[in-house]
Design a protein around this ligand. Structure first.
Ligand code: BTN
Length: 276
């Protein structure tokens, strides 16, 4: 592709082959945050699968209360409303796996559209050549009358150049264009990630977490690495990432000190840095 194409609802629909995700598309030139808008729409009763897209965000939200760099015209910023009736015994597993399934689906979509192998850093950072090309921010809420819902917020750095990143991101982030040397059609990428995401969610709902967990482990390059894990309360652990458990948590083993045995930490949420 010679030049980046503008986001366009009809173009996205022309690539879509989903049952419910993306059947309704709300496209905005600019929003403060697509996640905030998707929560508001979900509270007002919007249907399952609706995606809110923006060409730019003025207050894009990242994990761990960070902001998400969201310049106009080059990237993908989207939030999908998930309103699936889940039976009580499955609910905890669904909520734990949703952010990981989102990362898996988006990684598959980037692979397909760009031709580049896209890895996942636990829990849901998307990496190409060990640099961050995208991230996921899931939120859960409920409202009187419309019941519980989840929002999957997806940010992918698509057609920008690394020189445009702020200083603190320039050496840790990348864009698909930088990695492939060519522009990517954001409409096709949006449709593809909805297709891949829907297929992950359907697999989980019909057969449980087993094959999702296998596919996720294959994509996740955190396993076997020495990592620094920073928890929401500021606690820090350094150790070897040993396994992704069947509930989606990460096991980190801290080496023994002197005669004491190694400490095994089971992490449900953390910011992970791959050290080596
Ligand atoms: C992360 O910190 O890695 C998660 C970033 C998620 C960013 C996306 S962009 C679209 C959606 N709207 C937001 O405000 N955040 C998410």
């Amino acid at each position: 592709m010679q030049r980046p194409s503008p986001l366009n609802v009809h173009a996205i629909q022309s690539y879509l082959g989903t049952r419910s995700l993306g059947r309704r598309i709300e496209l905005h030139e600019r929003l403060d945050s697509t996640n905030r808008e998707a929560v508001a729409l979900a509270q007002a009763g919007v249907e399952h699968g609706t995606i809110v897209l923006a060409d730019a965000q003025t207050s894009g939200r990242g994990r761990m209360a960070r902001t998400w760099f969201s310049p106009p015209g080059v990237n993908l910023y989207g939030s999908v409303v998930i309103r699936t009736p889940i039976k009580a015994p499955l609910l905890a597993a669904w909520l734990s796996w949703l952010p990981l399934m989102a990362a898996l689906g988006v990684a598959e979509a980037i692979d397909i559209v760009s031709g580049l192998p896209t890895a996942v850093k636990w829990p849901n950072d998307l990496l190409i050549n060990e640099r961050k090309v995208g991230g996921i921010l899931c939120e859960s809420a409920a409202s009187v009358g419309t019941g519980p819902f989840q929002i999957i917020g997806i940010g992918v750095n698509v057609n920008g150049v690394p020189e445009d990143f702020p200083d603190d991101l320039r050496h840790i982030a990348t864009t698909i264009r930088h990695e492939t040397g060519g522009f990517i059609d954001r409409n096709r990428l949006t449709a593809q990630l909805l297709i891949e995401l829907e297929s992950c969610l359907e697999e989980f709902l019909s057969r449980g977490s087993e094959s999702i967990a296998l596919a996720y482990r294959r994509r996740c390059t955190t396993i076997g690495k020495t990592v620094r894990a920073v928890l929401a309360d500021g606690k820090e652990y350094i150790g070897v990432a040993d396994a992704i458990e069947q509930d989606g948590s990460l096991t980190v083993v801290q080496p023994s000190l002197g005669t004491s045995p190694p400490t095994v930490r089971q992490l449900r949420a953390a910011d992970i840095m791959h050290l080596r």
